[in-house]
Design a protein around this ligand. Structure first.
Ligand SMILES: N[C@@H](CCC(=O)N[C@@H](CS)C(=O)NCC(=O)O)C(=O)O
Length: 405
């Protein structure tokens, strides 16, 4: 039996009906029990509803304008929840709730780090933990993004560990056995109803959130647990560089780290224009500076570099496309790109960079920015092998910093 599809008038240049012949099946179709009605898929359901509303011939103009209005309304609704904005449509990042832990009040042997691989803020903590040689002392559970936008624990995701099988991959919750990160936050005395963000440092003796602000956590990992660290002599925030680190952070955080989010989450053209101009002006400044300096503050890698790196490594993979940071790619900036490869090649850093998990996290889960969930192909210049190419930046250093534990 042939199926007829009637096309709407505007789609009918010469023919009004297309006859589709069903394909001959090579194998007999699976038998279904006669008293079982198969549940329709969401797409079949929507198709049936649209047929009910418009009949067989869909009026495309009406369909398009209806979908446009619905989509845009739902998008604004979702964005107002996902990415709160000020009246001009500029993204305003909510403040973290658990700040500035005092190392003197902490028992380092009862701490557990919750992180997530796509997240640039959590990535900072994984890098500092690895560089300080604290992997054995501060265990980590790695959450994956869930379909409802929250963090969940699932060690059966298909994220490959990558070359050498050494990269971090999602895990179950190793300390609380929770299904979601929200469940962990809620276990604290008094419960919790706020945003359940990663990274989060947890005290499993007190059952309490110690901190959920990445910069506080990296400062703590850098200097708070030297008695346990395998690389205690590495100081990523030495007193003599503190002012310069702060100066760079004042540029990098608003314009680059949060700047890419201000582009991607902008809810007006004006807000996007302001964010994108600020972002690329800051990238130009940093690129110029890096022509004569191996790292941001000279010969020594600091926390400011860690913070810049976690945005750079995601830039061409994700932000350039999905957050419309399109003026340039990092690979087009000679110094920034070499600098990114230089940091990637520091022992243990590449293990914290799961490029597949980063791409999946943004393209497949960050609804509603990519509703089709289609993950674009990885740019070849962002792949692991390319990042291992020689960067020729050693000549910029005059002194040697011991980075390896
Ligand atoms: N200021 C925080 C930001 C952390 C953050 O926004 N994390 C995101 C992932 S990239 C998150 O967990 N979002 C979940 C939510 O907002 O519910 C930090 O630096 O630690």
């Amino acid at each position: 039996m042939a199926t007829s599809i009637h096309l709407p008038t505007s789609f009918r240049p010469t023919v009004t009906t297309i006859k589709l012949k069903p394909k001959k099946l090579r194998h007999s179709p699976p038998k279904m029990s006669t008293n079982q009605t198969p549940t329709p898929t969401p797409t079949q359901l929507i198709t049936s509803i649209t047929k009910l509303i418009w009949g067989k011939s869909l009026p495309p103009q009406l369909l398009i304008s209806t979908v446009r209005t619905t989509w845009s309304t739902v998008w604004h609704l979702m964005m107002s929840q996902l990415a709160p904005s000020d009246p001009s449509g500029s993204y305003t990042r909510p403040l973290s709730q658990f700040r500035t832990p005092n190392p003197q009040h902490l028992n380092p042997t009862s701490l557990h780090l919750y992180a997530a691989l796509p997240c640039p803020w959590a990535h900072r903590t994984l890098i500092v933990r690895a560089l300080k040689g604290l992997q054995h002392a501060i265990p980590v559970s790695i959450a994956s993004p869930g379909l409802d936008g929250s963090w969940e624990f699932n060690d059966t995701t298909n994220i490959p560990a990558g070359p050498g099988d050494k990269k971090l991959v999602p895990t179950r919750d190793k300390v609380n056995g929770a299904k979601t990160l929200r469940e962990v936050y809620k276990r604290r005395p008094g419960g919790y109803d706020g945003r359940c963000t990663a990274p989060m440092l947890w005290d499993f003796e007190k059952n309490e959130v110690v901190c959920n602000e990445s910069y506080d956590i990296i400062e703590l990992l850098n200097s708070g647990f030297n008695e346990l660290a395998r690389n205690p002599d590495l100081d990523l925030s030495p007193p003599e560089l503190k002012d310069r680190i702060d100066e760079w952070n004042r540029v990098i955080y608003p314009s680059i780290n949060n700047g890419v989010y201000r582009c991607g989450f902008a809810q007006s053209q004006e807000a996007y224009d302001a964010a994108v101009n600020e972002l690329f002006s800051a990238l130009n400044t940093v690129n110029d500076h890096l022509s004569g300096s191996r790292y941001l503050c000279g010969d020594k890698l600091t926390l400011a570099d860690v913070c810049l790196f976690t945005t750079l490594i995601r830039f061409d993979l994700v932000y350039n496309v999905m957050f419309k940071c399109t003026k340039k790619k990092v690979v087009e900036y000679q110094n920034l790109h070499g600098y990114m490869c230089d940091i990637y090649q520091i022992p243990h850093v590449a293990e914290t960079c799961n490029l597949d998990a980063m791409m999946d996290g943004y393209y497949k889960f960050l609804f509603p920015l990519n509703p089709g969930n289609i993950r674009p192909v990885m740019p070849s210049a962002s792949a692991h092998e390319f990042l291992l190419q020689s960067h020729n930046r050693e000549y910029l250093s005059t002194s040697q910093q011991i980075l390896v534990s």
